[in-house]
Design a protein around this ligand. Sequence first.
Ligand code: 13P
Ligand code: ZN
Length: 307
Amino acid sequence: MLRQSSGKEIMRVLDTKFARDFIRMADDGFLQGWHERNGGNLTYRLTQTQIDSISNRLNPYKEWQPIGTSVPGLAGEYFMVTGSGKYFRNIKEDPEVSTAIIELDDKGENYCIRWGLVDGGKPTSELPAHLMNHEVKKRLTNGQHRVIYHAHTPNIIALTFILPLKDEVFTRELWEMATECPVVFPDGVGVIGWMVPGGRDIAIATSKMMETYNVAIWAHHGMFCSGTTFDETFGLMHTVEKSAEILVKVLSTGRGKLQTITADEFRQLAVGFGVTLPERFLFEKELDPLDPVPYVKADFASRPYDE
Ligand code: 13P
Ligand code: ZN
């Protein structure tokens, strides 16, 4: 470890805790089966202390590239990001090839690669979605949220083929699958119909959802999660995907539910755990033991959650 004349410690980027945590989380996601090939991406917003601790290890400024959207609320911020087309499987082995640290300009419109991607390349194609989500969450959480994570989680993806793409339906079904789900994501989850990935339009749609939720589901594609720490954000993705896995198992029996957690029981849970659960997810519904997906009935449009 070097010491600057100011007395500050200068660390190798890969020795910092944030870089080690970033790499560990990427590898954990790969081991879960969420990152085939180059699927998924991860970004982390550095603190000023972290930027100072690596300042002498950063590359000199080269060219600035357009982000593809405008995020003035993130002007001057630094992010550790996965590279576009890079495989999560390789991040642990070769982090300097697969990831980068980028700096944003003073308008929040361009980025410069200051570290990493040593064999060339650029940040994830979902950078507009990541940065627009970061901008919303930085504002709403007073800077607490720093991690945005996109993964191709198979069970959530499977559900987007058979459940109506409604926030109310997904939230309620996922909550019912494991008692502590409403405690982990009390605000619920948002669902976006299929869109072309990698552009500004899907970034705008996702960041609008992030005004309300910490989880956004992309139909037939995957999930985005936001959180304060790597642990919390990974844990959120893990909880939602596990709940989806249980639901897929239940639906795979070809039977409907004979019993479940009721709206009133969720209200009791909210009191017991000190969380607020929005009433719009606590609608009354009837179980049909013969129908695994009663939501797809013809009278769906008249159900209370279908605004
Ligand atoms: P990148 O390789 O550009 O990060 O894209 C992967 C992905 O999941 C796109 O949605
Ligand atoms: Zn993707």
